[in-house]
Design a binder for this molecule. Structure first.
Ligand SMILES: *[C@@H]1O[C@H](CO)[C@@H](O)[C@H](O)[C@H]1NC(C)=O
Ligand SMILES: *[C@@H]1O[C@H](CO)[C@@H](O)[C@H](O)[C@H]1NC(C)=O
Length: 221
């Protein structure tokens, strides 16, 4: 009887896995992609930006603007940098390596007192960001500077005098602009590469974060 019960349970779990991933992942990795989850599908762009990956475009020396790409393979591999104490205090930053030799570029969200703008990814540490470690809710990027929501916006990048789908952040109380949709940035586990000798980057303080094996098949219901 007991064996039959166990077998049945396993079969059910396997069937569920084929269609959707649980909202609270139990996998961990130091490297991760950030995948766009459109919070309200009715507000989505056409074509949809759901399941696009976060990357960035050059916008001056040491300066990049956070953008999205429909192909996950074009996404940046990010890592959460800091000590365990910093993680506990919400004082980690989220970096990716760019340039030669590899140099850390950090996600930089504007201060709550500053006007809404495209999120920068600049050489250096960036602002406080972390992947939510609370196993009671889904894993997502959290802005350590204040509550609010990440956005994907059809916005001008002044460096190019041209529109791109960029990342922005609206603090609580700030209205979501017409040309933006509210999103969550969901971590998908990815391999953090070894750094060549002479790198300016270091993965010594890359913390292990909660991430999805496949962020595109999460059951959000
Ligand atoms: C990463 O975290 C370590 C530990 O706090 C710190 O020494 C280092 O400067 C950080 N790297 C960046 C690029 O901020
Ligand atoms: C972004 O806005 C421009 C100008 O209004 C428009 O031409 C373009 O189609 C929009 N792009 C998307 C993806 O909505």
């Amino acid at each position: 009887m007991y064996t039959a019960f166990l077998t049945l349970g396993l079969a059910t779990a396997t069937a569920a896995l084929a269609t959707a991933t649980a909202k609270t992942p139990n996998t961990f990795s130091p490297g991760f992609l950030l995948v766009v989850h459109v919070t309200n599908p009715d507000q989505d762009f056409t074509p949809s930006v759901n399941n696009a990956a976060v990357n960035s475009i050059h916008a001056g020396p040491g300066f990049r603007v956070a953008t999205i790409s429909p192909a996950l393979t074009d996404g940046h591999v990010f890592y959460q940098n800091g000590t365990l104490d910093q993680a506990e205090d919400g004082e980690t930053t989220v970096l990716f390596d760019s340039a030669t030799p590899p140099t850390p570029f950090g996600i930089l969200v504007q201060d709550p007192s500053a006007p809404m703008d495209n999120i920068a990814i600049n050489a250096g540490p960036g602002s406080y960001n972390s992947v939510n470690g609370d196993p009671a809710v889904n894993a997502a990027l959290v802005n350590g500077l204040g509550e609010g929501t990440y956005l994907v916006c059809n916005a001008t990048v002044p460096y190019y005098h041209q529109n791109f789908l960029t990342l922005q952040y609206a603090y609580e109380g700030e209205e979501t602009p017409e040309e933006c949709v509210e999103v969550e940035l969901v971590p998908q586990c990815a391999e953090l590469n070894e750094l060549p000798p002479g790198s300016h980057s270091s993965h010594e303080h890359a913390l292990s974060v909660r991430c999805y094996e496949d962020a595109t098949v999460v059951d959000w219901s």
